[in-house]
Design a protein around this ligand. Structure first.
Ligand SMILES: Nc1ncnc2c1ncn2[C@@H]1O[C@H](COP(=O)(O)OP(=O)(O)OP(=O)(O)O)[C@@H](O)[C@H]1O
Ligand SMILES: [Mg+2]
Length: 288
């Protein structure tokens, strides 16, 4: 689904001493089926943007078009459940997402609400549990008795169970161990490719942004500072540094090697494997 955000402003608690302008003039176009990473320092407005995508927050001014659905400031959101059927948001804090008595009913909530039969819902639950690497033992437990990583997996399963067309992931791997993080990202990438899911990932992990995104959006103090391909964005090391961000470690290493040996390396070295490959090529050339 195509997403167009126009002149979006969001002010929290307007007219109170706590008034805070969190988003200022956001314009963003996301083509259907793309993978977009949103990066930016803490408090730059990433979660505020993504909570507009399923109508959880309303624009103070501006508009958001998601497929056929238009959200505008000062207008009532009609049929918001229709939008939520298409746009699944995994919140930054799983506790904000989980609410039901058992894991099973929590995961089943979305599809039941969107009108699936009990049998269909049971099937969906059974499908998503192994996808997020949970065991069936947790189904009867309260989601609040689980570890942080398990809660995260249940929250993700609940969103996937509704089979959304747009998957919005706000720091979805926080609280998982390194293997869990990689597996979860692989699941998102597989779904993105197999189902042509428009995927929006908010992350502090520059490696993930670099490796998986078609487009990287850089937020700074409620505004979009930069947007472009990972190559373009991570070429702007100094600008990113100024706003407290960094480039992926492999890019840092490549830059150090370029300086040290006065050589040029390719620009898209976002994994260890690619960096090693580029160094091997250089060494081979040197030996000729
Ligand atoms: N419910 C709220 N009420 C008032 N201010 C808020 C609220 N939620 C967020 N803010 C403020 O809005 C700004 C943007 O917050 P947001 O949560 O969007 O940042 P973020 O980029 O997601 O940060 P992080 O990386 O820490 O998750 C921050 O200054 C924050 O303090
Ligand atoms: Mg956030």
């Amino acid at each position: 689904m195509e997403i167009t955000i126009k002149n979006l402003d969001h002010t929290y608690m307007p007219g109170t001493p706590f008034e805070h302008e969190a988003l200022k003039g956001i314009n963003l176009h996301i083509e259907s089926g793309k993978f977009v990473a949103i990066i930016g320092h803490t408090g730059s407005g990433k979660s505020t943007i993504v909570q507009h995508l399923n109508g959880l927050l309303k624009p103070t001014s501006g508009s958001i078009q998601i497929g056929e659905y238009l959200i505008e400031a000062n207008k009532k959101n009609k049929d918001i459940s229709k939008l939520r059927k298409h746009v699944g948001v995994v919140f930054q804090y799983p506790e904000h997402q989980l609410f039901d008595e058992t894991v099973e009913s929590d995961i089943a909530f979305g599809p039941l609400n969107f009108g699936l039969s009990k049998e269909q819902v049971q099937k969906r639950v059974a499908e998503v549990i192994p996808l997020v690497n949970l065991s069936e033992d947790v189904l009867k437990k309260s989601p609040f008795d689980l570890s942080g990583g398990q809660k995260r997996r249940v929250a993700i399963a609940g969103v996937l169970a509704s089979k959304p067309h747009v998957l919005v992931l706000d720091e979805p791997t926080a609280g998982l161990d390194p293997l869990g993080r990689t597996q979860m990202m692989e699941l998102f990438v597989t779904l993105h490719k197999a189902e042509k899911l428009t995927t929006i990932l908010v992350t502090h992990n520059m490696e993930f942004a670099a490796m998986y995104a078609d487009v990287v959006v850089v937020m700074d103090k409620g505004k979009i500072l930069l947007q472009g391909s990972p190559e373009e964005i991570f070429n702007s090391k100094d600008l990113l540094k100024q706003i407290g961000l960094d480039v992926p470690q492999t890019v840092q290493m490549a830059m150090m090697l370029e300086e040290r040996f006065d050589i040029k390396l390719p620009k898209h070295l976002f994994t260890n494997e690619k960096l090693v490959e580029a160094i091997v090529k250089l060494l081979e050339k040197g030996g000729e």
